[in-house]
Design a protein around this ligand. Structure first.
Ligand code: AMP
Ligand code: MG
Length: 394
């Protein structure tokens, strides 16, 4: 059997970051930055008031309480360069440019709020309530680095440095296709011998959680031709394809039957549990990566975490990285088949981890109740209660 790490290495040696694309910043949410973004100006661009109040010469209010004449107003957006003479003050609003000569802002709360003359009750130290030019960003400073995931705050600073468009790695478009003659669409009646189709919903959601676009292509029966026709039609819009089912050792394995003759997709047994039957390769003229995952729902989910997620990171220009793992103490004995790495569904609470009781690869409800996978190495077949184990939080 092929080691898990080698299967992942083969996948990572094949997938490539998507070509960068310039998009409107409003369309950049969730994408990964493909350039360093610098500010062309300092931010704030000019000294301005942090509060509503009065711009003063600090020395004029040192002996407060004092009453001084108000020569006018400076509002946010005023562009004229006002100068403030000795003994005079001006009303000033938050965000308004500081008049030259003014060294401090007295908040309106420290005054009687006068408009012709104002009584100032407290002295304001030099620089009080002034936001200095460049105190957030200096001109030329890089505010976002290539490889940053663009969230709401990142869109904010892109706009804040005046950018309208930005170079990103687009979110990979990933088509998810399930196979199985037994599959019925959720929401339709369940006939004899049938089960509701869950994998395409789960995997498309996992794709979105991984920062890519997941498209559910639904499910096809176990007819290899129907599978191939659907795949062909879907390839047009895909940067990657995930299939579920149809790759095991039995008969009626449409994915294996349809793709094996192409010679570009390899089907192998990977030394893991769940998820032993795996396939990976490329399809179509554009050599689109295809992950053919096993059909058991828990197997396909674990396979996604181990193989597809790192690949999607690489396609987004991010380091594949090992899945973030922690160490915890097992609250029950653990068992694992010899020669295969186990990923046991578990509940992680602080420093302890409890395996769930139902570890079957079809037991999806148990997966839905878990929040972590316990990793049991290939050469370990049992561990006692209290053993320290590696855990992948989900
Ligand atoms: P297969 O890998 O096609 O042999 O399927 C293995 C097991 O997973 C079978 O019991 C299938 O019924 C089940 N299965 C396959 N695909 C799905 C799916 N999309 N949703 C839920 N169960 C599935
Ligand atoms: Mg099947």
């Amino acid at each position: 059997m092929k080691p898990v790490d080698r299967h992942l290495a083969d996948i990572l040696a094949t997938v490539r970051p998507l070509a960068p694309l310039e998009v409107e910043i409003e369309a950049a949410l969730g994408a990964v930055l493909a350039e360093d973004v610098a500010s062309p100006v300092p931010l704030p661009p000019f000294d301005n008031s942090a509060m509503d109040g009065y711009a003063v010469r600090a020395e004029d209010v040192a002996a407060a309480p004092v009453t001084l004449p108000v020569i006018g107003d400076v509002a946010a957006g005023d562009g004229g360069l006002n100068a403030l003479g000795p003994g005079l003050v001006t009303r000033i609003m938050t965000g308004a440019p500081m008049p030259t000569g003014a060294g401090a802002v007295v908040p309106v709360e420290w005054t009687d709020g006068g408009t012709a003359r104002v009584r100032i009750d407290r002295p304001a130290p030099l620089g009080n309530a002034i936001r200095r030019a460049g105190e957030d960003v200096r001109a030329g400073d890089v505010v976002l680095r290539e490889g940053a995931r663009i969230g709401a705050a990142q869109i904010g600073i892109l706009a804040g440095v005046g950018r309208r468009r930005v170079l990103v790695r687009p979110r990979p478009r990933v088509v998810v296709l399930s196979t199985g003659a037994e599959l019925a669409e959720p929401g339709t009646p369940l006939g004899a011998g049938r089960i509701w189709e869950s994998n395409s919903f789960m995997l498309a959601a996992a794709v979105r959680e991984a920062g890519a676009e997941g498209f559910r292509a639904g499910s096809v029966t176990d007819d290899p031709k129907e599978f191939m026709d659907t795949l062909d039609a879907q390839l047009l819009r895909a940067d990657a394809v995930i299939t579920s089912g149809g790759v095991s050792m039995g008969a009626y394995e449409p994915v294996k039957e349809a793709l094996s003759p192409l010679g570009t997709v390899t089907f192998e047994k990977v030394a893991m549990q769940p998820g032993m039957p795996q396939g990976f390769g490329v399809v179509g003229p554009d050599r689109v990566p295809i992950f053919t995952l096993p059909g058991n729902p828990v197997s396909s989910f674990v396979s996604f975490v181990l193989f597809v997620k790192p690949a999607l990171r690489v396609m987004q220009g991010l380091p594949a990285g090992p899945p973030a793992a922690v160490r915890a103490t097992a609250t029950a004995p653990l068992r694992s088949p010899a020669g295969r790495r186990s990923y046991l569904r578990a509940v992680l609470t602080g420093e302890t981890v409890a395996p769930v009781t139902r570890q079957g690869s079809h037991q999806l409800a148990a997966l839905a109740g878990a929040n972590a996978l316990i990793v049991v190495p290939e050469d370990v077949t049992s561990l006692p209660e209290g053993a320290e184990v590696e855990v992948i939080p989900l």
